[in-house]
Design a protein around this ligand. Structure first.
Ligand code: CA2
Length: 176
């Protein structure tokens, strides 16, 4: 049900003051790197998960990472984030363009939400251009490839003032 990935526990036992980030991936993203590399590249979802884990470890954050091809499962995970996560990063994939249910679920989450798209959806065909979920999120990152997930994590940590102090002010705080 959760695709090919080893499913991390939804509920992360809180570790001190660490930020809990939940990353959700929608339908067909389990095929990343396997099919249509000319559109979505050759990086697999497992590689994205490994990279996000590495960044979470560096930043002192807790990460849970999920993929599902099922709208109801994604709604359940968004609802679980209400108690289990401080920030939500979501690539809703095809559900971006159809899912009122996911939009409504996202509206119930009090923490920061970033929507990620690997491709630049704005440069794509009419079918893939208008996300119904974007009005329920703080920001949208599109077109940066798989690196967009890392940028979204950085932005979530920055919004919470939880980027490591070893990073330069330009990254931790940005322009004053
Ligand atoms: O660029 C993205 O991240 C998308 O969310 C990916 C979605 C697409 O519907 C959005 O417009 C943009 C599609 C994900 C399907 O992933 C596949 C991966 C490999 C082969 C086939 C589909």
């Amino acid at each position: 049900m959760i695709g090919r990935l080893p499913r991390d526990q939804t509920q992360l036992p809180r570790q001190g003051n660490k930020m809990r980030i939940m990353i959700l991936n929608g339908p067909n993203l389990n095929l990343l790197g396997v099919r249509e590399p000319h559109i979505y590249g050759s990086t697999t979802l497992e590689a994205i998960q490994a990279c996000c884990k590495e960044f979470a470890a560096f930043a002192g954050a807790q990460l849970s990472f999920h993929q599902s091809n099922h709208e109801g499962v994604l709604v359940d995970l968004i609802q679980s984030a209400r108690t289990d996560a401080d920030a939500l990063i979501i690539n809703p994939a095809g559900y971006s363009f159809t899912s009122i249910a996911m939009h409504d679920a996202l509206k119930t989450f009090d923490g920061t939400i970033f929507e990620v798209h690997i491709s630049n959806i704005h440069a794509r065909d009419e079918l893939h251009r208008h996300s119904k979920l974007s009005s329920a999120v703080k920001g949208v990152i599109a077109g940066l490839g798989p690196y967009g997930y890392v940028v979204a994590m950085q932005a979530a940590l920055q919004a919470a003032g939880k980027l490591p102090s070893s990073l330069p002010g330009a990254m931790r705080i940005g322009p004053k």
